[in-house]
Ligand binder design. Sequence first.
Ligand SMILES: CC(C)(COP(=O)(O)OP(=O)(O)OC[C@H]1O[C@@H](n2cnc3c(N)ncnc32)[C@H](O)[C@@H]1OP(=O)(O)O)[C@@H](O)C(=O)NCCC(=O)NCCS
Length: 126
Amino acid sequence: MVLRTQSMPKDANPNGDIFGGWVMCQMDIGGGLLAMEVARGRVVTVTVDKMAFVRPVQVGDTICVYGSVIRIGNSSMDIKLEVWAKDPIEVFETQRHLVTEAVFRYVAIDEERRSRRIPDNPQYPR
Ligand SMILES: CC(C)(COP(=O)(O)OP(=O)(O)OC[C@H]1O[C@@H](n2cnc3c(N)ncnc32)[C@H](O)[C@@H]1OP(=O)(O)O)[C@@H](O)C(=O)NCCC(=O)NCCS
């Protein structure tokens, strides 16, 4: 799990459903945290692959983002992100539902914002 939070009324449209852009933001924050650990430093998001929202998120839901590193290149890495939601009082293992999933690509950058090689790390082999 790379991020756990709760959707708030300010994140909803007038129908009471949570904006997809807010969900993507949580994915990018969680994925970015994992990417920074892998890259041991600063990263930027460069691409997001096609994503579909399969279930809505309601105000007050518990939102969990799961991330896994699926590819490490020279300076870039691909992180698969899944978003799961549930009513806060329900049991997570049985009552959660998948909201969306996507692969985010992050690039490690240096102080001048140039791409840099991701250092070798046995925890995240190439
Ligand atoms: C990401 C960025 C640093 C790449 O710069 P660049 O000059 O293309 O750098 P490089 O050519 O060295 O490519 C770096 C890596 O990014 C990958 N990459 C760059 N553009 C890409 C694209 N459009 N799609 C997929 N991968 C891409 C390259 O394949 C390369 O991967 P590798 O090193 O693992 O082989 C630059 O495009 C950038 O700063 N973009 C803005 C990022 C940003 O601000 N994100 C937040 C948006 S609000």
